[in-house]
Structure formats: structure tokens, C-alpha cells
Unconditional design. Structure first.
Length: 293
């Protein structure tokens, strides 16, 4: 008994811990949480059945060790209707423990009332009813099956496994986008890194064509602004220097601050694109300015 209670306590604590760890966005979270919940319910059901069977075996063992005395059958006595009715009421009102009613046990003294009329070599058969707990589990399983069928396949209140998977994947993609956006906002002139990824350079080129060509020419050769394709830089030619120049600008030389116009990600992308222009051959390059890097 103590071992069963200990196992039940472990299952309850384990399930409680998994149930608490759920995402803040209201999704079901890890699928292992739902699996553990099902296993917990199954283990709880098996625990109840085990306790019932254990109690039944103990009662039977006690009866085997100390069997009760069965009185000899008395001759059948014809009763008047009033006497028969009183006897029926007395039998129905006889007290029986709730536990015995639950597991379907009846005292040995009442076995004579449950014996069937046929026998074989003196062996008689008892007409024991099905225990209440067994009937409860049986009919509960039927009710569960009906509710499951209506919920998932008829009324479609809850998603099926493939639909739930699609919902979880969509929520994961949304969470991923939020996480990447937050990570992108953490970039500044001290943490920006060189990134030669084709997608990054393509995004940076788009930003460049929309905002930088008026001063630096489409091919980076320079017009009002300096040439971005040579090895000479006025304010530094590292990706950190370029990011800082774009972000804060150089007002005294006509370079405006793009901090409020471009996102951090756009500033990082266009910085890497400008860095990729090194060594290209523009059509009309402007003369070198600044210090050679």
C-alpha cells in the first residue's frame, strides 16, 4: 500500500511540474506535457484498480484463514404476504459497508441466497453480480468514446493531431519572428558583425538603392558623397565605423542621421552591402578621400 501511494505521489508531482511549464502565449507547449498528462491519468486509474483488487484479495484471504460457519438450510416455510413483505424490507435495509458495495462483495452467510439451482458433483455456482467499480469503468469508457467522437470528428470543437501540429508550427514561427526581431534590435555599432550572406547583401542593396544613391551613386562611385569602392575612408572603413556613420550621421559634412529612418536590421544590412562594394569598378569613381585602410 505504501509503495502504491509513493508511486502516485511521484506521478502527481511530476505532472504538476510539467503542467506549470507552459508558454506565455497560451499555446499547449511541449507535446510531452500532454503525453505525461495521459500517462498520469492512466497510472491513476491503474492505482485505483490495484487498490480495489488488493482489498478484494485481502478479504478473500481472511475468509480462507477464518471461514465463517454456514448454517444448515432450514426447511422452507410458507409465509403470509405481510410476513414476506416485512422480511423483504428487513433484507433491503440490512447494513452493508460502502466498500463491500463498491467491490461487489457479499458476506459468506448470504452465499446460500446466491446459489444457482444447478450443481455438478455437489459443486454449486454462485450468481455474483459484476462489481460496481467495474461497471463504472466500463460505462465511463463508452461515455468517453462518445464524447471523443463528437468532439473531434462530428462537431470538430478540438483540432486533430495534424491540425494541432500545424497550429503549433504556426505559433512557433510567430515566436521565432518575435525573437529574431528582439535580437536584431540589440545590434549597435559595437556589436554589428560582418555578414556576407546573400540574403543580407540583397536586403542591404535594396536599402542602399532607396536611400543612398543620390549621394554615393548606384555603383558606389560617389557624387556629393565619397567613393565607397576604394580603400580610402574618412570616418573608418570597418563595419562598425560604417554602421556608426549611417546611424548618427556627420551633420557638418551633410551626412544625415538615419537612426530614426532605418531599423537596426536595415542599418546592419546596408553596412554589410557597402563593405561588399570594396574592390568593384564604378563607372565614374570619385577621387580618394580620407585615410587608406
Amino acid at each position: 500500500m505504501k509503495r502504491l501511494i509513493f508511486i502516485f505521489t511521484l506521478l502527481f508531482v511530476n505532472n504538476s511540474v510539467w503542467a506549470v511549464v507552459t508558454p506565455a502565449d497560451g499555446t499547449t507547449g511541449n507535446i510531452y506535457t500532454e503525453i505525461l498528462l495521459v500517462l498520469f491519468l492512466v497510472a491513476l486509474l491503474l492505482l485505483i484498480v490495484s487498490l480495489v483488487l488488493l482489498k478484494t484479495v485481502r478479504v478473500m484471504a481472511n475468509e480462507i484463514k477464518s471461514p465463517g460457519i454456514i448454517s444448515a438450510a432450514e426447511p422452507t416455510k410458507m409465509l403470509e404476504y405481510e410476513e414476506w413483505l416485512a422480511a423483504e424490507k428487513s433484507e433491503k435495509t440490512s447494513k452493508q459497508s460502502v466498500w463491500n458495495k463498491l467491490i461487489g462483495l457479499r458476506p459468506i452467510a448470504e452465499e446460500k441466497d446466491m446459489m444457482l439451482e444447478h450443481d455438478f458433483d455437489g459443486i454449486t455456482e454462485l450468481d455474483n453480480p459484476t462489481p460496481v467499480w467495474f461497471n463504472a469503468i466500463f460505462y465511463s469508457s463508452i461515455l468517453f468514446a462518445v464524447i471523443y467522437l463528437l468532439n473531434y470528428h462530428v462537431l470538430e470543437w478540438s483540432p486533430l493531431q495534424d491540425e494541432e501540429y500545424a497550429i503549433e508550427m504556426k505559433a512557433a514561427e510567430a515566436s521565432k519572428g518575435v525573437l529574431l526581431a528582439k535580437a536584431g534590435n540589440l545590434i549597435d555599432e559595437t556589436t554589428v558583425k560582418v555578414d556576407g550572406d546573400a540574403g543580407v547583401l540583397a536586403a542591404g542593396k535594396t536599402v542602399y538603392m532607396q536611400n543612398c544613391v543620390a549621394c554615393h551613386a548606384p555603383d558606389g562611385g560617389g557624387t556629393v558623397g565619397p567613393n565607397l569602392t576604394d580603400e580610402y575612408w574618412i570616418h573608418g572603413g570597418t563595419v562598425n565605423n560604417i554602421f556608426k556613420t549611417i546611424k548618427y550621421g556627420i551633420p557638418e559634412k551633410g551626412m544625415i542621421s538615419w537612426e530614426k529612418t532605418l531599423t537596426v536590421k536595415q542599418t546592419s544590412d546596408v553596412s554589410n552591402f557597402i563593405l561588399s562594394l570594396q574592390g568593384t569598378k564604378p563607372a565614374n569613381p570619385k577621387e580618394p578621400q580620407g585615410t587608406k585602410m
